[in-house]
Design a protein. Structure first.
Length: 573
């Protein structure tokens, strides 16, 4: 800025000096012309008084010109005929009666004019005086106009102008430095104002204009700071909401540049939020997603698809953003939702209904067949009739048990049973279950070993009974003949650990993660032989989950199969 101000000052001073020189030359030229006219008229008047019309006019003209330096003298009679001239042969000169100065002198007695000489071709100043005898004495002298005078002044004007310009430049430089110094200081301070660390002090600036500017800058900076703070707050609020969404969210512009991406989307695509501002290919190489996004942008349509990422099913929706009127601001919103549990639940419901239908079909078919046989009128002896009735009773009991287990799972999943909670002595519940399975123990020739401690839990008693009963029944049914079942109940400050172990065949590792699924059986043939609905361990898992506990399965050839249930105490639920 200093250089701009300095160049401006120099330009102004240069123009001022040129105009001042031209104006001075014009004024001086005017004054000089006036003085020359007066001087030439005065000389002509003096000569006219000394003129002798009786003597040789040409000789007198020469004599007068000799005395007057660089002045041409012409003598003209009253008829306009030239009778003498100091510059040229008068006899060759034309009549001068029509000359402007002669005509004016004829009327007024004297005249002064400036014009181009027709005789010698030079611009001259003429002074004509009428003599007493009617003749005219005319003096002519070279005349310099304004331009001529200016050229004559140049040797004096140029050094003076250069000296003036030099001094003016020094003064202008000093002045511009002092003026711009405060502006520079203000500019340096604006960076601190921008960061919100300080405000400008108007008293630091000597000029009223700068003080007013500082006051307005402070007001504007405060207003901008408030708006920025408000916008930042809104931005942080939006970022907080976006990052706490379970759904992944990505906003793209019309060039598929990422404008916004939240934490969930970064988690799904295994990228960082620093990809914001980059092309979508910087956050994923999934061809299926990239192709769907490209198709949605090109077609201007909404799309959706399922992606499988690390075993998860991610439902991905592409929403095309239409441009505003007169704007080219199209975009694409990508939302990503983990629907793994939902899809698994749907599949589990399908499997459940399929398995439940299959499990119910067998006893119903058996009951229907036995009933039809009894009602057919075919002669049956007492033993056959008793066997059919026993079969019908067994299948009915099996079907009733299956239905009760299904209802139990449904009630546990809905949380209906969890509402009926109380302080329950789990040790007493386990003892009751052990007493109930004594006939089954004797039938399978199994030895039951118990090591129980008092353990009070705030829970639903029926749920705890189902948990213990199902684990005990399974441990007995799937044990080897003459094996043993070990039951342990340990009470700690924060949790209760319930363990059931048997000597049965180990569960293969590939099946251990599936034993808690509904209707899943490791050995279907043996399961049918020992009975059961295939829902026992599923009920156990639901009860444990409802109490925010954990269940662990350990099964190997050496130690048999062990189920370890860890339930948090009342204050931990």
């Amino acid at each position: 800025m200093k250089n701009i101000v300095l160049r401006g000052f120099v330009l102004i001073l240069t123009v001022a000096l040129i105009m001042s020189g031209l104006l001075s030359a014009a004024i001086f030229s005017g004054e000089e012309t006036k003085l020359q006219k007066e001087e030439l008229t005065r000389i002509a008047t003096i000569i006219s008084r000394q003129f002798d019309p009786m003597q040789d006019h040409d000789a007198q003209a020469d004599a007068i010109a000799t005395v007057l330096h660089r002045v041409r003298v012409t003598i003209i009679d009253k008829n306009g005929t030239v009778t003498g001239d100091s510059a040229v042969d008068y006899s060759t000169m034309e009549n001068h009666g029509n000359r402007a100065e002669i005509m004016d002198a004829k009327a007024t007695g004297r005249s002064v004019s400036v014009r181009q000489s027709d005789t010698i071709g030079t611009r001259l100043m003429y002074a004509a005086i009428k003599t007493p005898d009617g003749s005219y004495i005319r003096l002519a002298k070279e005349y310099n106009d304004i331009l001529g005078n200016l050229f004559s002044f140049l040797p004096a004007i140029i050094p003076a102008a250069l000296i003036s310009l030099f001094v003016s430049v020094l003064l202008a430089n000093n002045f511009s430095r002092r003026v711009t110094q405060h502006i520079t200081t203000m500019n340096d301070s604006l960076s601190r104002v921008k960061d919100g660390n300080t405000m400008l002090n108007p008293d630091d600036y000597p000029y009223d204009e700068l003080k007013d500017m500082v006051t307005k800058i402070n007001a504007l900076a405060l207003d901008i700071s408030m708006h920025i703070e408000k916008l930042q707050g809104e931005k942080d609020k939006i970022a907080f909401i976006m990052d706490n969404m379970k759904e992944g969210f990505i906003l793209l512009d019309n060039q598929q540049t990422i404008l916004l991406i939240n934490d969930s989307a970064c988690k799904y695509l295994d990228c960082k939020k620093t990809v914001s501002g980059e092309h979508i290919t910087h956050c994923t190489r999934n061809y299926q997603l990239l192709q769907a996004a490209d198709d949605a942008m090109k077609c201007g349509e909404n799309r959706s698809m399922d992606m499988k990422l690390d075993g998860q099913v991610i439902e991905t929706a592409f929403t095309y953003v239409n441009p505003r009127q007169g704007m080219d601001d199209t975009g694409l919103i990508i939302t990503m939702t983990d629907v793994t549990e939902r899809r698994n639940a749907v599949q589990m419901r399908r499997d459940f209904f399929s398995n439940a239908s299959h499990e119910l079909k067998t006893p119903i078919t058996s009951i229907k067949g036995g009933a039809e046989l009894l009602c057919s009128g075919i002669p049956l002896d007492t033993e056959q009739r008793s066997e059919l009735l026993t079969r019908i009773e067994f299948e009915s009991e099996k079907m009733c048990t299956l239905i009760n287990d299904i209802i139990m799972i449904s009630r546990i999943e809905s949380g209906e049973i969890m509402a009926d909670r109380e302080d329950v002595d789990f040790e007493q519940v386990v003892q009751e279950c052990c007493a109930e399975v004594l006939p089954l123990i004797e039938q399978n020739n199994v030895m039951l070993n118990m090591e129980l401690e008092p353990a009070v839990l705030f829970a639903n008693r029926k749920n705890l009974h189902e948990l213990a009963s199902n684990l005990l029944v399974n441990a007995i049914k799937y044990n080897k003949f003459g094996g043993s079942v070990d039951v342990f109940l340990k009470s700690y400050a924060n949790e209760v650990i319930f363990t059931v172990r048997n000597d049965g065949e180990p569960i293969p590792i590939g099946y251990q993660n599936r034993v808690f699924e509904r209707f899943f059986r490791v050995d279907k043939g043996r399961s049918k032989k020992v009975g059961g609905t295939g829902l026992g361990l599923s009920i156990v898992k639901h009860v444990v989950d409802s109490m925010k506990g954990t269940i662990l399965l350990e099964s190997n050839e050496k130690d048999g199969t062990t189920f370890i249930v860890r339930l948090p105490r009342n204050d931990q639920i």
